[in-house]
Design a protein around this ligand. Structure first.
Ligand code: AHR
Length: 496
């Protein structure tokens, strides 16, 4: 099979905001305890953070990490996680049915994030709590005033404010599973009023309103909440998890076509409200939960609840296979190709819970298959995304979609580094693809690196002892060939 990508140096979509390579740590399962934090682990640092995990997080180069949830935040009291650790309450954690020791909270997480070279994207509880707690939390984290919560932070040993810039106004407030769920009208009013008080405390913060959590339901929710919040918020959120439920890989690989439509749909609502309000401000998108999921949901309550109300339960520990990595690669390309409007995104999550990094208690850390497309995206996908004209064969999936392109790609021009990076997935399950490139507007270009992620077995996994899915360097020849069902990164030196 043959395919062709044409780009022109001058035809850019937008400059990539590095925050699209963000991630997410929620107090669920073993993400925090036995994930980023395990004081008894041989690699633990002076604060109890696992050094082996930190090393991999740094490799992933995540500029922003959403915290503390997720569903967790909708029942969380942020004050439980500050000050003297020995006095912190142990709570029944209602979102996930666990016991929360509160040994990690805002005080510790801001330090972990600093050590990981990341910013914190902080979420406030608009489920069981509201405006008052949200503004107090901003004061605790960000204020320099001689005021109660800022002084409480100082008393807890932090003279300087944490300076969290991005704040989420709740989490998935439309979802039936969300404790404190709201109607669009209720949420829109609450989010607008909460945004106002939070920005009174610190007018430099950026706020994310909850979009609805399912592409099939966007519409009334976006319209109503944006109608209420437009003047006060800066982003609207999107969340997506794809699963190969039908065990149809060709269909699974095509799911990012929906992600593309979802982004375009939410952009359309943002811009409709902009027009309605005659506003000069543009609301952008924060795709602050995205990933694939492959877990088997426990069907009976006994299995689901067997370790209820215990700490660090093994929850959502999905084991990713090779085709999951391909879909993650395609999802990341979709985000890059919307760099004009998607300014933040978080792969959900980072450690142990639907995560690229896995740990065993007291033992090893390892990389899941999905680690690699994210690693190469985050480390090399910097600069401006170029508009692509793609010529490729297409396929149909009966009962789903027609004309699905075999080739998925994003092209990023890093003028400063004199480099062009092409990410590409060949969605064909049985044919290699010869790729032709027409890179207009560059005086010259030369391919110097071709990284490929491939396994003959779409179901191959990595575990703590064996890495079956790992990138390889493809020798540079006369032709560029993308193997059947492979993920690729091509790096070129370019002269403008
Ligand atoms: O990431 C796991 C959960 O998925 C989050 O807590 C929630 O926001 C989403 O439904």
């Amino acid at each position: 099979m043959k395919a062709k990508i044409t780009v022109n140096k001058k035809f850019t979509i937008g400059e990539i905001d590095r925050r699209i390579y963000g991630s997410f740590i929620e107090h669920v399962g073993r993400a925090v305890y036995e994930g980023i934090y395990e004081p008894d682990h041989p690699t633990a640092d002076d604060q109890g953070f696992r050094g082996d995990v930190m090393e991999l997080v740094k490799k992933l180069n995540v500029p922003i990490v959403r915290y503390p949830g997720g569903n967790f935040v909708s029942v969380y009291n942020w004050e439980d996680g500050i000050g003297d650790k020995s006095k912190r309450p142990r709570r029944m954690e209602l979102a996930w049915g666990a016991l929360e020791s509160n040994q990690v909270g805002i005080d510790e997480f801001q330090e972990w994030a600093k050590r990981a070279n990341s910013e914190v994207m902080m979420a406030v509880n608009l489920g069981t709590r509201g405006m008052d707690d949200a503004r107090n939390c901003v004061e605790y984290c960000n204020s320099k005033a001689d005021s109660y919560y800022a002084n409480l932070r100082r008393a807890n040993g932090f003279e300087e404010p944490f300076g969290f810039k991005v704040w989420c106004l709740g989490n998935e407030m439309d979802g039936s599973w969300q404790l404190g769920r709201k109607t669009a009208e209720e949420y829109g009013r609450l989010a607008a009023e909460t945004a106002k008080v939070m920005k009174r405390v610190d007018n430099t913060i950026e706020l994310v309103a909850c979009g609805c959590t399912d592409y099939s339901r966007i519409g009334d929710w976006e319209y109503t909440i944006l109608d209420h919040t437009y003047p006060y918020v800066d982003y609207v959120s999107l969340h997506t998890y794809y699963a190969n439920k039908e065990n149809n890989s060709q269909r699974f690989l095509a799911r990012t076509e929906e992600m593309n439509d979802y982004i375009n749909g939410v952009v359309a609502y943002c811009d409709a409200l902009k027009a309605k309000k005659k506003s000069t401000k543009t609301i952008n998108l924060s795709y602050d939960e995205w990933n694939v999921v492959c877990r088997r949901q426990p069907q009976d309550a006994a299995e689901r609840d067997k370790d209820k109300w215990t700490e660090a339960r093994h929850q959502l520990e999905d084991v990713y296979n090779f085709e999951d990595a391909l879909v993650v690669g395609c999802m990341l390309m979709t985000l890059q190709n919307h760099s004009d409007r998607v300014k933040m995104a978080c792969i959900a999550q980072l450690v142990n819970v639907i995560a690229p990094i896995m740990t065993e208690k007291g033992g090893k850390v390892w990389k899941q298959t999905t680690f690699y497309p994210f690693y190469y995206g985050s480390n090399y996908g910097n600069g401006a995304t170029l508009r692509t004209m793609i010529e490729t064969d297409t396929y149909d999936v009966e009962g789903y979609r027609k004309d699905i392109p075999y080739l998925v790609s994003s092209v990023i021009y890093n003028a400063e580094a004199g480099e062009l990076v092409i990410y590409a997935v060949n969605r064909s399950l049985d044919e290699d693809m010869e790729l032709e490139l027409d890179l207009e507007g560059f005086a010259s270009y030369e391919l110097f690196e071709h990284i490929e992620l491939y396994n003959d077995d779409l179901k191959a996994i990595n575990d703590k002892d064996t890495e079956r899915v790992a990138p390889v360097n493809v020798p540079i020849g006369d032709k560029v060939v993308l193997k059947k069902h492979s993920w690729n990164m091509l790096r070129f030196t370019v002269n403008a």
